[in-house]
Design a protein around this ligand. Structure first.
Ligand SMILES: CC(C)(COP(=O)(O)OP(=O)(O)OC[C@H]1O[C@@H](n2cnc3c(N)ncnc32)[C@H](O)[C@@H]1O)[C@@H](O)C(=O)NCCC(=O)NCCS
Ligand SMILES: Nc1ncnc2c1ncn2[C@@H]1O[C@H](COP(=O)(O)OP(=O)(O)OP(=O)(O)O)[C@@H](O)[C@H]1O
Length: 199
């Protein structure tokens, strides 16, 4: 009853770029980053737990999380990152499964779960196939620094908070090379849609 694809990669390797291309073709996407933001909105259970673990210092005046501040804390401290993960990930996993089932029950042939930490968090059991969006290290660093306005050091810390991208490539069922232009990436995405009969 429908195929579930896990889409992953490294930070700023191009997952959102690829998932937007898939969405344009009519394939539903369940985005773990989006859900991870929703589950820590004020009033949610995970929000309460994050504030208890990290203190009110990580809140903005309107009581929402100061994501930049929390990011600066957890990306330079593995122990703190593990604490945040242990609060947020179970809620994300649960909601992803709910949304995936909704799409499959609606009759879609395939649904894509866009999960940055698909391999790190041992979530491959949730999917039938894995796709890794790959870029080389220099391109990754440049695109990350540019997009998030980070220093070299901040960007390196974020990259190092994940499994090396090459390891993910080795574990993937399929790889999309996003070093080139948007158009060359789109061609690879379209070939994959045809090969796996996703729409
Ligand atoms: C630390 C937080 C507050 C920083 O927020 P910010 O808005 O700056 O970044 P955003 O959420 O858009 O994430 C950007 C990228 O960072 C990477 N990333 C995020 N969290 C983690 C993590 N715990 N470990 C490794 N990489 C991570 C992912 O590649 C992600 O795509 C936020 O990333 C967070 O709450 N992380 C914990 C939840 C999580 O693991 N999310 C990732 C998918 S479940
Ligand atoms: N082929 C490309 N050529 C030039 N720039 C690109 C290309 N693909 C993506 N980018 C840019 O690189 C940055 C990272 O891409 P994107 O946001 O899709 O990555 P991501 O893997 O979803 O990142 P994250 O998981 O960290 O949110 C963005 O600013 C995007 O516009």
């Amino acid at each position: 009853m429908g195929i579930t694809i896990g889409l992953t990669g490294g930070i700023a390797s191009g997952k959102s770029t690829v998932s937007n291309m898939l969405r344009e073709k009519g394939i539903p996407i369940v985005d773990a980053d989006r859900i991870a933001r929703q589950v820590v909105e004020p009033g949610e259970e995970a929000y309460q737990n994050v504030v208890e673990a990290f203190g009110t210092d990580i809140l903005q005046q309107d009581k929402t999380l100061d994501r930049k501040k929390l990011g600066n804390i957890v990306f330079q401290d593995e122990e703190k990152r593990n604490i945040l993960n242990s609060i947020v990930h179970p809620a994300v996993r649960k909601q992803m499964l709910v949304e995936k089932d909704q799409y499959l029950n609606q009759g879609y042939k395939a649904v894509v779960l866009d999960i940055p930490l698909l391999f790190e968090s041992h979530l491959t059991e949730l999917v039938d196939h894995t796709i890794v969006v790959y870029v080389d290290e220099t391109t990754q660093l440049e695109r990350l620094k540019e997009r998030n306005k980070l220093t070299d050091e901040e960007a390196m810390q974020r990259i190092q908070a994940q499994l090396p991208l090459q390891k993910k490539v080795d574990m993937a069922d399929a790889v999309i090379d996003n070093n080139g232009t948007i158009e060359t990436t789109r061609e690879q995405v379209n070939r994959m849609i045809t090969k796996w009969n996703l729409v």
